[in-house]
Design a protein around this ligand. Structure first.
Ligand code: DGJ
Length: 728
């Protein structure tokens, strides 16, 4: 058997090519230096299918052997990654190896986001062919040696002379011949996104998926497969993240011989993608990593990787402005004067940017009208957008604006002008979501029009930031002019249209900070992070519930991706009142912002906001560049949630603790701070005590019991060697 072995610093990926051209998945895991073909067991499996050219040898069945890219129709009855149909309705293919190439540098994918790397990354390309249809499948692997990340993507080329239909093209499959595994995924709902759930992988196919047109609040395209018993800080686990913002599928399946298949990619539901002779199709990229350092190790890998190889632009590595957003302060009910007042107050407190949220354009005074009409409402603002921006800049603040480019209200000039630009099935009344319809972004002229109109707005005023929102799940998928009249291909091209819009924004406005948003965190994925280095994490701004949401998010996404605001109390989503100090501690575990009417804060509250901003800036390098540790989770049902940030050189750490439920006469809670040098001494100003890294890892700091709900504490530790360097 010929081998292809991809090595990163601590992991190995190995593929075997059999004499008859089958690709066997030999290994992905902790780094090894040997030929793994000896781990493949060939047994007489007479009742499983045998390829015709191997007839007589019942020890070779694709149904049993670990497949690198399982296709439907070659005798493998487990869930396939690839399924092809011909015009006559014939399903089935038999992909065999033709050649492979290894090149320096990382491949890119036309029209789709993908990790980027320099000369230190490597691309491996394996070409497979189905000799019957002449369909070529190119499997691409990107190897990031230092980061321990392997990426995968798939290209399908129709080199035959008849069209074919793609019904399933997943991106990555991992077949495990042995081991007991658990699937960890992040489910949720609007205002409660990314809550961890764990389940054993048993004898059936378990799916994590979205069919909403976005990656969704309900499921997330970052998942973990962990060896049974894996814990936060130790154990073998695999992470996969799909660099895609639309419908996706994750499958975990245990087969008849207790082997496990774990795969991810574009959702095949209703996919029937017509690939004309000569055409190409690109599946989105998946990021994969593997570690024995438990969930923390996996999170650190994904955090570092996303920060370095997915996020782009001016704000990739520098602090982003602390902002005030007017949404929860005013909702749709504001005037230009009110916005200026908020900006003036914000400037006094040290806030750096004002973001004008929904309601500044067209006849948009509620969510029933105006979407799609991208011209400023001068009557409501009392001036032009340019003038408003100028006045905001005069207060010393930058200016940012909310948009929702993919949507339209029926009550809008755009819809009256172009009623055929929306997804709407002829003869059927469309499903509305938040009173709006979805523009057909699979059509270039629609994207062109929206891009021109939004650009006109950005060019008309000094705008440094855009919040790009998307507030409904997609339905009634039918494109009035496109030749692609089926759901699967239109949905794919819709997502490509969104990426096209975003790429044009990024190219035309390199200094612009774009924040992603989809009713909060309904499109929180690595696809969006390629264009928008931060995403509004949730419409739930309640500090206690944010501890849950931000913790779940942290498994697959860096803190620098999270946008988090201090809002008013009682909280608008839960009615809970959490003190301002705690709200600040929770919001600074992300990109800190404010979303309340600052003009009505008390003098003491204003002082506290100033201190929060000062602290956030003081700790920014730790929060955004350090290693994040989940110390205690609300999921455990305890009284405290805790997390910490540790400098990469282990010289400092910041530990935050929030009491999430007050209980009488409770035991003392010891907040641990792992990740520091075990033998070094660290001084903590809040307790005026020095602790060794080992004491902080294994025992922790005793947290005072306060007779108060939702109190929070923050502990800053720094290595005594650096004591003089730090200003308290
Ligand atoms: C949903 C977002 O998540 C909110 O923050 C806000 O921007 C509203 N949309 C505005 O309509």
């Amino acid at each position: 058997m010929k081998l292809i072995t991809l090595q990163s610093k601590n992991t190995t990926y190995q593929i075997g090519i059999t004499d008859t051209g089958f690709l066997l998945h030999l290994y992905y895991g902790v780094r090894i230096n040997c030929d793994m073909s000896g781990t493949i067991a060939y047994y007489e499996r007479g009742m499983s299918g045998v390829p015709y050219d191997l007839r007589g040898d019942n020890t070779f069945s694709c149904d049993v052997l670990p497949q690198e890219y399982p296709c439907f129709g070659n005798g493998d009855y487990r869930s396939p990654a690839f399924c092809l149909r011909t015009e006559e309705g014939v399903y089935g293919s038999d992909l065999r190896y033709r050649e492979h190439h290894i090149k320096k540098g990382k491949y890119q994918i036309p029209g789709l986001p993908a990790a980027y790397g320099g000369e230190d990354s490597v691309t491996c390309e394996i070409v497979l062919e189905d000799s019957n249809t002449k369909v070529i499948v190119i499997l691409r692997y990107g190897v990031f040696y230092e980061e321990d990340v392997m990426t995968r993507s798939v290209e399908v080329r129709n080199s035959g002379d008849m069209p074919v239909f793609l019904n399933k093209v997943l991106t990555s499959t991992l077949d495990f011949v042995t081991g007991e595994y658990e699937l960890i995924h992040f489910h949720g709902r609007h205002m409660m996104e990314r809550i961890l759930e764990k389940r054993p992988v048993l004898h059936s196919k378990q799916c994590i998926e979205s069919r909403r047109g976005t990656s969704s609040h309900q499921q997330n395209p970052f998942v973990i497969l962990a060896e049974k018993g894996t814990r936060e800080n130790e154990g073998l686990c695999y992470g996969m993240s799909l660099v895609y913002s639309g419908n996706f599928l994750v499958e975990a399946e245990m087969d008849q011989f207790d082997q496990v298949r774990f795969q991810m990619g574009l959702s095949p539901e209703m996919l029937d993608y017509k690939l004309e002779a000569g055409d190409r199709f690109h599946a989105p990229e998946a990021l994969m990593s593997c570690t024995t350092r438990g969930f923390t190790g996996l999170s650190h890998t994904f955090h570092n990787f996303i920060r370095r190889h997915i996020c782009r632009g001016k704000y990739k590595d520098i602090p982003r402005p602390v902002l005030i957003n007017n949404w929860e302060a005013t909702y749709f009910d504001f005037t230009g004067e009110k916005i200026i007042q908020i900006a003036g107050q914000a400037a006094e407190l040290g806030i750096e940017m004002l973001v004008l949220d929904d309601g500044w354009f067209g006849e948009r005074n509620s969510d029933t009208a105006g979407l799609g009409d991208w011209y400023a409402n001068h009557k409501k603002l009392g001036c032009t957008l340019g003038e408003l921006s100028e006045r905001i800049h005069q207060t010393g603040l930058k200016f940012g604006l909310w948009i929702e480019p993919e949507m339209v209200n029926e009550d809008s000039s755009l819809y009256r002008m172009h009623p055929d630009w929306v997804f709407k099935i002829p003869g059927k009344m469309p499903v509305l979501g938040r009173n709006q319809l979805v523009l057909d972004f699979s059509r270039k002229e629609v994207v062109d029009y929206i891009f021109e109109n939004i650009s006109r707005i950005i060019d008309s005023a000094d705008i440094e930031y855009i919040k790009m929102d998307m507030n409904r799940s997609i339905s009634d998928v039918y494109s009035a002019v496109s030749k692609r009249q089926n759901y699967g291909s239109i949905m794919y091209h819709y997502v490509l249209g969104v990426y096209d819009f975003l790429e044009r924004m990024v190219q035309r406005y390199p200094g612009l900070l774009i924040e992603g948003c989809s009713s909060g965190g309904g499109r929180f994925d690595t696809g969006m992070l390629y264009y928008t280095p931060q995403i509004w994490c949730s419409d739930n701004t309640d500090a206690v519930e944010r501890v849950w949401i931000q913790e779940g998010t942290s498994y697959g996404y860096p803190i620098s991706a999270v946008s988090s605001h201090v809002s008013a109390v009682p909280n608008h989503q839960t009615g809970r009142s959490v003190n301002l100090y705690t709200r600040g501690i929770v919001a600074m575990a992300g990109n800190l912002g404010y979303e309340l009417d600052l003009t009505i804060l008390t003098k003491e509250e204003k002082e506290m906001v100033k201190t929060q901003i000062r602290d956030y800036k003081k700790y920014w390098h730790l929060i955004h560049k350090g290693d994040y540790y989940r110390v205690d989770s609300p999921l455990k049902g305890g009284e405290y949630g805790a997390w910490s940030f540790v400098a990469k050189d282990k010289s400092e750490a910041l530990l935050s603790v929030v009491c999430i439920q007050a209980r009488a006469n409770r035991p003392v809670y010891y907040a641990k701070c792992p990740g520091l040098d075990l033998d070094k001494l660290y001084y903590c100003v809040q307790t005026d005590t020095a602790y060794s890294g080992a004491a902080l890892k294994y025992v922790g700091v005793p947290v005072p019991i306060l007779n108060e709900e939702y109190y929070a504490l923050q502990y800053f530790f720094w290595s005594l060697e650096n004591k003089e360097e730090f200003e308290v």
